[in-house]
Structures are given as structure tokens and as C-alpha cells.
Design a binder for this molecule. Structure first.
Ligand SMILES: [Zn+2]
Length: 337
């Protein structure tokens, strides 16, 4: 069918332009090839109830039985199938949906750290403990170090298997977190504000005077995966998603706007000399990001936000990533500690 040729050409062009980009970046890419045959098309196919039918010759169709889950998703009237990708083993159908953006009343700032993700605003802060994910990574790197076979083919195989299992376990937790975050924003009619962490890897390069283990820990920190998942999940639910400059978000007091001071003994806390109290560093960052985002994206007049500043006293909920709820319709089941 001639229109299959069109998609083939566009697929090939995509690979070539990726190669061009790699050359520009100074990499040395191999010439592109396809490992497994596959078929992509956005023309002439149809979903009839439980069947996907696509043309093979003029007026001749082949039918494939879809599974229950796919039929259930596609039966939604607001969803339209746009294209499909077929391999010898699988079919994926990509779908589109028109989304009405929700009317936002507030903003939620998200602060990503090595051991926790903190999100919320002046009213409520939720701190998700993610040290479990760090432990998973440490465990796997320990397991990898016990593989002492002096054969690079076997080592490669073992490492690949372990690495896949590690990414899967971490991804599953990040999915949980992103879903929960988007549902929470939807329930509170809030926009989601992230910090723009572009260029963070440059802070932990070789020769910056940091130890190997420290650099490995910070460079394997998957901060981008959460952002990627939240941005597409938010778009699918009509929740606005913005990125904000992270500068000075953890040096200014979210309540009075004065400067904050750190302390050697309490290095996760900051002292405000005007309010005369200690603040958690991550809570401060999340509140400041929410406040900045609210000013910039949701409330261009700026006065109402300024008036809000004085009476911020957020309730702080601490929860472990494995105990995070994904359905916030009755959020009181969150474990508070
Ligand atoms: Zn203060």
C-alpha cells in the first residue's frame, strides 16, 4: 500500500536526523539500522469494537483481536485512535483526547531532592520519603560488584539484566508518585510548578572536588523521569504544568521574604531571623516555588499573592513512597508522622 511507504520514509528520516544531531554534538554514531521489523501507520485503519482492521491490499483488510483492556480504553467516546505500531509480537495504538484545562485557584510547588520529594503550597505540604529508591540503587550496585566472572560477555549479560530490573523497580515508584501528584493537583484545582533543573549534571563532574561515591549518587538521581511523567500525566488531565527558575528558592523566607541562614548542626533546616523560627529546607523550597509560580502564571496582578504571604502556616504531612495514595478523594488516609 502506497501510504505505508510514507510512514516508512518519515521513520527513516527521523533516525537520520537523530544521527545528524549526534554528529553535531560531537558523538560518533553508527549508521542507523532497524533491529526488529515493525510497521507504523496512521492511515486507513479502523477499530471496530474488539477488532483492529488495517488494509493489506486494495479493499482487503486484516483483522486483529484486541484485548479487554485496550477495548475498554478505546470505548471512551472522547478518545480517538490516531496511529498504530505493529511488531511481530505486539501492537501499540496511540490515542488522542481533547482536554479542557481546569480552572486553577492555586499552585503546587515541587521540590526534588535526593531523599525526598516535597510538594505543596502555603496551606499544605506533603513530603514523600524516597530514600527507598536510593537503597534499591545501592543494593544493585553492590550485587553488581559481587559478579567477578572475568568474561566481559557474561558480565555484560548479568549487568544488563540487573540494570533492567533496577530501572523497572525505580520507575514503578516514580509512576506512583507522579500519578499521586497529578491527582492531588487536580483535586485542589492547582497548577503544578517544577524547578528548571537544566544543567544540574555539570555541578557533579569529575574534577569538581567531590568524591566518587557522592558524584555517582547525585548523577544517578533520576530527577528528570518524575518531571517527564508529571508533564504528560498533567497534560492528559488538563492540569497546567510550568517550570520556574530555581534561583533563590531556598534562601528566602516564604513568610516574611527575609534572608535565611543555615546551620552546621542542623543542615536540613534554615533559620529566619525575622520570624525567629526554624524551617525545613525542602518545605521552604516547595513553598517558594509555589509562590513564584502563582505570581508568574496564575495571578499576574500580584497583589493578592502578596497579601497571602503573611498567614502561611502549612500542615506538613510526611509519607513514605510505598505508602503514597494515588487517589486523593479522601486524603485523610495519608500517614502523618
Ligand atoms: Zn521569615
Amino acid at each position: 500500500m502506497s501510504y505505508y511507504k510514507l510512514t516508512v520514509i518519515s521513520q527513516a528520516c527521523g533516525r537520520l536526523s537523530q544521527m545528524k544531531r549526534d554528529i553535531k554534538k560531537g558523538k560518533n554514531p553508527k549508521s542507523p539500522f532497524v533491529q526488529k521489523p515493525y510497521l507504523v501507520s496512521c492511515y486507513g485503519f479502523k477499530v471496530n469494537g474488539m477488532l483492529l482492521s488495517f488494509p493489506v491490499r486494495n479493499r482487503e483488510f486484516a483483522n486483529i483481536l484486541l484485548n479487554e483492556h485496550t477495548v475498554k480504553i478505546l470505548s471512551d467516546q472522547s478518545v480517538t485512535p490516531r496511529s498504530f505500531t505493529m511488531t511481530p509480537q505486539s501492537i501499540s495504538i496511540s490515542i488522542a483526547k481533547d482536554v479542557e484545562p481546569i480552572q486553577t485557584e492555586s499552585a503546587i510547588g515541587v521540590d526534588r531532592n535526593l531523599r525526598n520529594i516535597t510538594f505543596g503550597n502555603g496551606k499544605e505540604i506533603i513530603q514523600v520519603n524516597t530514600s527507598e529508591m536510593l537503597k534499591i540503587k545501592e543494593n544493585y550496585s553492590h550485587v553488581k560488584s559481587t559478579c567477578t566472572r572475568n568474561d566481559h560477555r557474561i558480565r555484560k549479560k548479568v549487568y544488563g539484566k540487573l540494570g533492567k530490573r533496577q530501572t523497572d523497580r525505580i520507575k514503578q515508584r516514580i509512576h506512583r508518585m507522579s500519578k499521586s501528584l497529578v491527582n492531588y493537583a487536580k483535586k485542589n484545582k492547582a497548577a503544578i510548578i517544577f524547578e528548571d533543573l537544566n544543567g544540574i549534571r555539570k555541578l557533579y563532574q569529575r574534577g569538581n572536588g567531590q568524591g566518587n561515591r557522592y558524584r555517582r549518587k547525585l548523577n544517578s538521581w533520576s530527577h528528570y523521569e518524575l518531571e517527564r511523567q508529571v508533564s504528560y500525566k498533567a497534560a492528559w488531565d488538563g492540569v497546567p504544568f510550568y517550570k520556574e527558575d530555581p534561583r533563590r528558592t531556598s534562601t528566602l523566607c516564604p513568610i516574611c521574604g527575609g534572608g535565611l541562614q543555615g546551620d552546621r548542626q542542623r543542615h536540613r533546616d534554615l533559620w529566619c531571623g525575622i520570624c525567629k523560627r526554624w524551617y525545613d529546607r525542602d518545605v521552604v523550597a516547595a513553598m517558594n516555588i509555589a509562590c513564584k509560580g502563582l505570581h508568574r502564571f496564575c495571578n499576574p496582578q500580584g497583589d493578592a499573592g502578596e497579601a497571602m504571604r503573611g498567614n502561611l502556616n502549612p500542615a506538613i504531612l510526611r509519607v513514605d513512597v510505598s505508602k503514597l495514595v494515588t487517589d486523593w478523594s479522601d486524603a485523610c488516609i495519608v500517614q502523618v508522622s
